[in-house]
Design a protein around this ligand. Sequence first.
Ligand SMILES: [Zn+2]
Ligand SMILES: [Zn+2]
Length: 90
Amino acid sequence: MSILRGPRPMWKRKQEIATEIIPDCPTCGKRGQVVCIPKYGIVTMMCIDCLIEWSSLTHDCPVCGEPNNYAVPGTCVACYKKKKKKHGVA
Ligand SMILES: [Zn+2]
Ligand SMILES: [Zn+2]
């Protein structure tokens, strides 16, 4: 019996299994806050009222097509900065 051998179980973190964009608290419906640096287009959201966390996909940037790292539509930070520079918006 060698059941102790082999890969250790992978503890799947919530944000790795997000399958949809959920910007609002699943409990109270309030807009959630991003609580960690998004990666791979998945972000952890938190409701400060309910003190719960959930994972959400982020939207895609309409300019470059990459995940914008926000749970709301819009351009990514890189494109936002570029745009800002280009148009000279203060
Ligand atoms: Zn809530
Ligand atoms: Zn972009």
